[in-house]
Design a binder for this molecule. Structure first.
Ligand SMILES: Nc1ncnc2c1ncn2[C@@H]1O[C@H](COP(=O)(O)OP(=O)(O)O)[C@@H](O)[C@H]1O
Ligand SMILES: O=P(O)(O)O[C@H]1O[C@H](CO)[C@@H](O[C@H]2O[C@H](CO)[C@@H](O)[C@H](O)[C@H]2O)[C@H](O)[C@H]1O
Length: 462
């Protein structure tokens, strides 16, 4: 086993100051930037570590930076989210790195050089994998590798170009490293849940092979997770759209997805604590849904006319609890949709990306919840796919939704449709989340969850 490499290096003072004006322009343009719509007014440095010696032709700076933003347009400036950046500096950028450009540095220790997003570049990405392989300690960064996990040296990296909430690098079609962009201190479910499942065994979820952690302030911040790359797999969203375009039936896949979801839930319930939700907890759950509805309605005017009807769905849940109904809660995926499901060429489905809804606080994302939270996410996703089809295929979403629940019931022993009030409340909560998500990130898609909101605010058929 290679010895852990320990180096203590921090970036030269003044580096962030010289990058500040460039980052103010570049950061808000990144898909993974969470504070859209409010200008970035400055930065404070959380930690900076040089990953290559200062005399290298290539400067490689690992930077954790807090973006300061106005709380609202025209409002006071306040420290906001913390982001992980891997900043390279070179004399000049070769054309292949043009999409990575951050800007030309005019002052400070890197004056005269060009700064760029180094994840696009081969050598910096190799440095990250090599650090995990050798369990390096560099400055305040800790690179970890699972005991029994062999990582071959020299795997060739490539950055995935898909629009994502984070950035992922694939190494030789063997591993994929997810580099978290907006980072938070504490136990991160994106590492916690796959690791717990791997130790439990048997769930269709890729097992973490390594990870990266920083401890800039005595707390632990998960920065990245390495896992096996499921070569040749297709994500459920792509597959669903492909089948829709051909007018093909997708119910067999939907049923298999239901079974895979149930297998993950069963393993999570074995691996991590569960809870019983009584009156007070369900009241809290319903109140949370109402609060999210109110927040979304404040931000998105088109939602407002539907808010009173949607609210009754949430109060119906509270009423059931008042009658003495209880529910079991456990750890769940938290943001399950077709894009989080990968189908291997063998036909086996795996679930990925256990980060939960990125906008929610970490503590909330880690709470035990009814499993229908994930079921509702998938039901919404079939609806999204049907709306995105070039030509409508009548009954496609309804068929998939039913098949998914059937598959889920086969593996879990409980059909989510037998608890319609709980399921409807969660589906409504998801559609409300999507309205806000689309308004902030993809306004062209807003009509998709709004159509669901119209359906869900109509009285339930008797
Ligand atoms: N283990 C894996 N094998 C193959 N592809 C993967 C794997 N994990 C993630 N991917 C691909 O990377 C994309 C982004 O991964 P994900 O964890 O969902 O990141 P994000 O949080 O940025 O959305 C997925 O949609 C999938 O295409
Ligand atoms: O980035 P993540 O994958 O963690 O999730 C966020 O982005 C998703 C979109 O990329 C968003 O999902 C919504 O759109 C999907 C189609 O693109 C659809 O299948 C989902 O059902 C719908 O919720 C997700 O909500 C958001 O958290």
């Amino acid at each position: 086993m290679p010895e852990a490499v320990t180096r203590t290096v921090t970036s030269p003072p003044g580096l962030l100051a010289s990058l500040d004006p460039l980052l103010r322009d570049w950061l808000p343009r990144q898909r993974w930037f969470a504070g859209k719509g409010r200008p970035v007014t400055g930065f404070s440095l959380v930690a900076a570590t040089d990953l290559l010696p200062a005399d290298s032709r290539l400067g490689l700076h690992h930077v954790l930076v807090r973006a300061h933003q106005q709380s609202a347009p025209g409002g006071p400036e306040e420290p906001g989210d913390c982001y992980q950046l891997l900043i390279g500096t070179r004399e000049a950028l070769p054309p292949r790195l043009a999409p990575a450009l951050i800007g030309h540095v005019t002052g400070g220790p890197a004056a005269g050089r060009t700064a760029y997003d180094a994840l696009y570049d081969t050598r910096p990405a190799e440095v990250l994998l090599e650090a995990i392989r050798t369990r390096a300690r560099i400055g305040g960064l800790r690179f970890e590798r699972e005991e029994d996990q062999e990582i071959r040296a020299g795997l060739v990296p490539r950055l995935m170009t898909a629009e994502q909430s984070n950035s992922s690098v694939v190494y030789g079609d063997t591993f994929i490293l997810k580099v978290l962009r907006r980072i938070v201190p504490g136990v991160n479910p994106d590492l916690e849940l796959p690791l717990a499942l791997a130790r439990e065994g048997g769930a269709p979820v890729p097992a973490p092979a390594g990870w990266v952690v920083a401890e800039p302030d005595g707390r632990s911040w998960v920065l990245g997770v390495l896992q096996p790359y499921l070569q040749g797999s297709t994500d459920g969203w792509e597959l669903a759209l492909r089948e829709l375009a051909k007018g093909e039936d997708f119910t067999a896949e939907a049923r298999a997805l239901g079974r895979a979801t149930a297998e993950v839930h069963t393993a999570l319930a074995r691996a991590l604590p569960t809870a019983t939700l009584g009156h007070a907890q369900v009241r809290q759950l319903a109140d949370g849904m109402i609060a999210r509805l109110e927040e979304a309605a404040r931000a998105v005017p088109a939602l407002r006319p539907h808010a009173p009807a949607l609210r009754t769905t949430f109060t119906a849940l509270g009423d059931l609890a008042a009658e003495g109904r209880t529910w079991t809660a456990q750890r769940v995926h938290g943001d399950l949709h077709l894009g989080q499901c990968l189908r291997a060429p063998s036909g086996e489905w795996s679930l990925i990306d256990f980060e939960g809804e990125p906008a929610k606080p970490l503590a909330e994302r880690r709470l035990p919840q009814p499993t229908v939270r994930d079921v509702a996410g998938m039901l919404r996703s079939f609806d999204y796919a049907a709306h995105s089809a070039e030509a409508p295929v009548p009954g496609w979403a309804a068929g998939c939704r039913a098949a998914y629940c059937t598959g889920y019931a086969e593996a879990a022993g409980v059909d989510p449709r037998t608890d319609p009030v709980l399921l409807r409340a969660h589906e409504t909560d998801k559609a409300v989340y999507e309205v806000l998500y689309e308004a902030r990130h993809r306004p062209d898609w807003l009509q998709v969850p709004l159509a669901a909101v119209r359906r869900l605010s109509a009285p339930e058929p008797a």
